[in-house]
Structures are given as C-alpha cells and as structure tokens.
Design a binder for this molecule. Structure first.
Ligand code: GTP
Length: 677
C-alpha cells in the first residue's frame, strides 16, 4: 500500500503472503471459527450459483462497470466517497441474498475458487439458514464515473446476538431496511430499526421479494410508515433473487447515506464490531476507525480490557483480507496482534493508541452476560479432559461462553456452561459434537436465580440442584423479560393464552395496522427457555414473530422439584418451578420420564418430590423374560417354581442394577404437554 495524503488511500495488489495467510485462515476456521468471512459468502454460495447464471444473461452496463472495478483492487477514494452501511432485516426476508447480490454486482465476489473455499465450512449456518455472526465486506462501486468505497457490515439475525447487532450498527452511517413485501414488518425488523434509529443511521427502506405473486409492496410501505414512522416515498422495490433493483440500491447508498466525518486528526478511537480466533495469527479484530488513524506496527490499547499489543497486521476486507499500512477515520478494517483470546478484544471495546490515548472510550460497551445455563457431561467419562480442552478452544473465539466444572453423582464430571440464549447454547453443543467429536449429555437449560438467604447473603444459582434449602433462603428472585409479539389479529387470542399460561403479565396491546397487532407482556425468562418459540409459531401457524429483552429480577414463589429414579435423586433432573405449577409439572414429568426411559430388567419407580414429600409417582414395569418358554404345557408347579426363581434374580439385579437414562429424558422438562404448563 502507498499513502498519498491522509485523505487518500491507495491499495495495491495483495501480496502473496497475504493470500497464503488468508488461505490458512479459512482452512483452520473449519475447526475454530465458522463465523466472520466464512459467513460472508459461504452460507450463500449455493444460492449464489443460481444467481450467477441469472446475472450472466442480465448484466447491465453498471454491473459490468462495477465488475471491472471489482477486479481492480486498486482503491483510491477520498473520505467523502466512503459509505459504511449495514443491512437489517427479519430472518428470511432476504438479507443474505441481497448482500450476496451486492457483492456480485460490484464485482467484489466472483471467482469460483473463492466460493469453493467458503463452501464447505458453513454446515451449521447453512442448515439452519441463519446468520450467526457478523462480518464485513468492502465493495468498490462506480457512481457517476467516480469510484466509491462501500463497506457492508453484516449483522447477525437472532436475538441472542442483539448486542453484536447494536455494535455493528454503531459502526455505520446508514442501513438498508429489508422487508419481505409478501410478509410485512416483523418483530425483529422493529427491534433492529429502533437500534438503527438510536444510532442515528440513515435508513433506506427496501421492499424485497417483489417477484412473489403475494407481494404487496405498497401495502407493506404503508405498514412501515405507520409502524416505524419512516418515510417510504422513496423506498426501493427489489427482488434480490431475480436481481431486480440492485443498482438502485447501490445508487441510493451513495446518494442518501452520509459519508463518515473526517476526524483523522484526533486521537485514535476504533470500534470493534467483531473478532474471531485464528490458530496461527491469534485473534483477528474487525473494527471501524471512528477517529484518528492507525498504522501497521502501532502499539494499541484495548480500552475496556486494558490490554495492549503491537498491530502486526492491518488490512481491509474485500471480503478477503488484504493488508494495508494505514487506516483512517471512516474506514473499516481488521488487525491482528498475536492476541491470545477474544476476551482481550471484545466486541464493543475501543482501540486507541497506547502512547496517545483517547480521553474517552466509545459509548455502548457491555460485557456479555450469560442468561441460560446447562450442564454438559461426556457420555464416556474418559472424554472429560477432551471436553475441557474443546471448551477452552471455543472460548478463545467466543467471549460470551462461560463454563466451570460440575460434578454430579448421577452424571460424573462435566461442566456447567453459560450462554447468551438458547440458540447460542445449541450452537456450542453442536460444535462440540461435530467439530470435536464429543458425545455429550446435555441437561435441561436453566436461568440464573437470585437467592436471598436468611443470613443476609445473596447467591446466584444457575443450577437447580444447588438451590439452597428452604430453611436457609428468605426469597428467590427470577429474571424477567419483556416480550413483544407481532401477530395477525386472528391469533391474538391463542397467543394471549400462551403468554398467560407462561405466567406472563399483560402490558399492552395495540393494532399496528388494521390486521396486525402488537402484544407486550412481561414474563419470566425461565418460561421462555424451552418451547415457547415453537409454541408461538405453531399457535399462530408461523405468522407471529417475537422479540425480547431482559428487564430485571422479580421475587417469585419458586420451589425445587426433585426427581428420584429407582430411589436415587437424579440432580440433573431437578428443576425450579413456580409453586402453583409444582404438582402438575411433577405429574407430567414423571409420566414423560416413564415414556422416555427404556424398560429395564427390573421395575423402576420414578418419583417427583418437594423436599421429602413425594408429589407424583410412576413405575416402569420390568421386561419379563419368558422363562416358561421351554415348558410345553404340563405341570403348573414347575411353572411356579421357574417364576419364583426369576423374581429372586430380579431382586438381585435391582439391588445392583443401574438404570440407563437416555439423553431425551434430561430434556423432558422442556417437552411437557401443553395442558400442564
Ligand atoms: N422469491 C424470492 N425469494 C427470495 C428473495 N430474496 C431472498 N429470497 C429467498 O428467501 C429465503 C431467505 O433468504 P435469506 O437471504 O437467507 O434471508 P436472510 O434474511 O439472510 O435470513 P438469515 O440469514 O436467517 O438472517 C431464501 O430461500 C431466499 O432464496 C427474492 O427477492 N424473491
């Protein structure tokens, strides 16, 4: 890279080293990181193939122009020609398809080998069809014969990661609000728009999927105006799939989104919006320079973690990493500095110079707080140390993952792990099983309770089996969330019933359009962990959407329900329930366990208890070996003798026998019948 002056930056061809390093990065990312650039295009690479065919026949002048520009990695733009933007959308409204199309139209992504590189690493995201982590891509676009640099900062599409969404929005000046024209505004669209408005972003409404027969872009425009209060007179109608309206979007980004402010002379402040761990280079930090400039080799300080490093590598994402010597206010790039764990360079932290510190860090930094906990135990006890190593490796790349050893007489040695939410939990579990080949038993997720003890101490309890005895506790508080449900009016009743069943407290209902209503409830997080979302979807035939945020702790009448199998207390099956539901949950849980635990050679009683009081009980009858099979007809006394002998044998087996409890049984509490809850 050569520098001209502090407003003009020129990037030369990437050097061979960068390519090699980059290749390594992708290769190893399979094991340690499936996020970031992998997502950038990998998840959509299959779709992209079909898009490519379309493009070949429908290339416009602008597209060809942009493609030519994209091939040329030389980039020299003044700050007034930089645009930083994000795409916000509800899941499945077409954000990834559109991002793909933008990359393609600007010639940023086109070579086939790159697709192949991306292709195989994305199993988890591809299967789930969701964006898990964010990433960024730099595009070059020619507008009125002038080159522009458009930085797309992607956002994850799930509420578990809303903090990351807020940080990536804080790194932008504008956002495309993509709404499916056949569906309309959904809860998550709303939540993300509010985040964008909080960050003062210029929002460009984009009505996608206009190729669908059911698309009603003008109705949806009206809906956006009514609900969000956003002027939609200049909304852009697109079909990301068919490549319609893409050029209009690129033009609008240049015309409507303001360029970054030129604050290159100030002390350095760069906002981290993503980071991931690369086993060779350490943590790779993605950031947006808000103020000042950063040079390769600079000694930088991460203000929240207090750690300092020398920036060994500095570069831009196009979307492959290209090294540069310097980045200025307004630009988006990456750095690596042999950082050992993402915890040292967290999303939301501010990078400044060690020797010329910024006075204040950028606002909005938050530590990730796990909301949901569960126990992870290796099926094979020998895998305990492997499990610990794998969790440590995952943690290098995931600052939100927490874990500590847990021992249980029923399960042996394992770990109690904390996650941002249920999706985060599932991702970690799946990665442990797929990438690290571990076979795990997972216990039912629990939230963190706050127990006020009689001795004045307050303890946090994320493991139901460790809830202090009733005699020791004064009160128990549980986390409460505020949920907003958006639903067509036909399902209001069904959803109200659901929220009320889950101890929800009704707060507000309003019709946002003639046909759709918004319902606001406050309800315990514990009631949402589990099948709440599935229930929401099934009761609304898939039409309702939801968004939630944590609001605080509230005292509740909670008790611990224990489960005894064959007379033994099984700690991982203990659960904390509201007093009013204890009996019905106890009954349902014992029945469910009876279904799930296979029959043994002996009779197995299953009991639910509160303290020492049994509140429900079931029994799994024994498998009876047909000891009479060999007695053809004949003597009754001989038969009786054989049966008696069998009964004695079984008694022995019961005494020494061990019940095999399958994995599903540990999740039984999440699968209780609707009427119980
Ligand atoms: N008919 C039609 N389908 C589209 C269009 N854009 C996207 N889709 C389809 O809609 C589905 C969801 O698109 P995605 O791009 O994965 O949606 P997303 O918003 O990125 O979803 P997440 O990654 O989960 O956040 C895919 O099956 C796309 O092929 C469009 O313009 N028209």
């Amino acid at each position: 890279m050569t520098t001209t002056n502090n407003k003009f930056i020129q990037y030369n061809q990437p050097n061979a080293k960068t390519h090699q390093q980059h290749h390594n990065c992708f290769h190893f990312a399979t094991n340690f990181n499936f996020s970031n650039q992998l997502k950038s295009n990998g998840a959509q690479s299959i779709r992209r193939r079909s898009l490519r065919l379309h493009c070949q026949s429908a290339a416009t002048d602008i597209e060809l122009n942009a493609r030519a520009a994209g091939k040329d990695r030389l980039l020299k733009v003044p700050i007034s020609n930089i645009r930083n933007f994000s795409i916000i959308a509800h899941i499945d409204h077409g954000k990834s398809t559109l991002a793909d199309k933008l990359l393609q139209m600007t010639g940023t992504v086109e070579s086939r080998d790159m697709k192949e590189q991306f292709l195989d690493n994305m199993d988890l995201e591809r299967e789930r069809g969701i964006t898990i982590k964010l990433q960024a891509a730099r595009m070059r676009f020619i507008y009125e014969n002038e080159p522009y640099c458009l930085n797309l900062i992607d956002t994850p599409g799930h509420v578990d990661f809303s903090y990351e969404v807020s940080r990536s929005l804080a790194a932008c000046e504008g956002a495309l609000l993509v709404v499916d024209a056949s569906q309309g505004v959904e809860a998550q669209t709303l939540a993300n728009v509010y985040l964008a408005l909080e960050n003062n972003l210029e929002i460009i409404p984009v009505l996608n999927k206009i190729d669908l027969p059911g698309a009603e872009p003008s109705r949806v425009c009206q809906e956006i105006e009514e609900i969000v209060g956003l002027d939609c007179s200049n909304a852009i109608y697109t079909s990301a799939k068919e490549g319609i309206g893409i050029t209009e979007i690129l033009n609008a980004i240049v015309q409507r989104i303001p360029p970054p402010r030129d604050t290159a002379g100030r002390p350095l402040r760069a906002l981290i919006f993503d980071s991931y761990y690369d086993p060779y280079r350490g943590v790779i930090v993605y950031f947006r320079v808000i103020d000042g400039t950063i040079k390769k080799g600079d000694r930088v300080l991460f203000m929240a973690s207090g750690k300092d490093y020398y920036a060994d590598e500095l570069g831009v994402l196009s979307p492959n990493q290209l090294q540069v010597d310097q980045l200025y206010a307004g630009e988006v790039g990456f750095l690596s500095a042999s950082i050992r764990s993402v915890a040292d360079a967290r999303v939301g932290d501010t990078i400044t110079h060690f020797n010329r510190k910024a006075e204040q860090s950028l606002p909005g930094y938050k530590e990730a707080t796990p909301m949901v906990f569960c126990g992870l135990f290796p099926v094979d006890a020998d895998q305990f140390s492997e499990l610990r190593d794998s969790l440590e490796k995952l943690q290098l790349n995931d600052a939100a993952l927490k874990f500590e050893p847990e021992t249980s007489s029923a399960m042996g040695f394992g770990f109690r792990c904390g996650f941002l939410g249920l999706l985060h939990m599932e991702i970690v579990q799946e990665r442990l099983e797929r990438e690290y080949n571990l076979s795990l038993i997972t216990t039912a997720p629990s939230v963190v309770y706050r127990v006020n003890c009689i001795d004045g101490e307050t303890v946090e309890c994320s493991n139901p089996s460790l809830l202090p005895e009733p005699g020791k506790r004064r009160s128990v508080e549980e986390p409460i969330v505020k949920i907003e449900l958006l639903t067509p009016k036909d399902y209001i009743g069904a959803l109200m019933e659901l929220a009320q069943d889950r101890r929800g407290i009704f707060k507000e209902m309003k019709y946002i359009t003639e046909n759709r209503a918004s319902l606001i409830y406050e309800l315990p997080l514990a009631e949402m962990v589990g099948d709440f979302f599935d229930q929401l979807k099934s009761r609304s035939k898939g039409y309702a959407s939801m968004e939630y945020s944590f609001i605080g702790y509230t005292e509740s009448d909670l008790i611990k329900l224990d489960i005894l199998i064959n007379g033994d207390r099984v700690e991982p099956l203990a659960t904390i329930v509201h007093k009013d539901k204890a009996y019905s949950v106890g009954r349902a849980l014992t029945q469910k366990l009876k279904e799930l635990i296979p029959r043994q050679m002996f009779k197995v009683p299953i009991q639910a208890t509160i303290g020492s009081k049994v509140i429900a009980s079931e029994a799994i009858s024994a498998i009876r070996k047909d000891v009479l099979a060999k007695c053809y007809g004949g003597d009754i006394s001989r038969k009786k003798k054989l049966l008696k002998k069998q009964a004695e044998g079984k008694k022995r087996m019961k005494a020494i026998g061990k019940v095999d409890v399958p994995q599903e049984a540990f999740m039984a509490v999440l699968k209780l019948e609707k009427e119980v809850l």
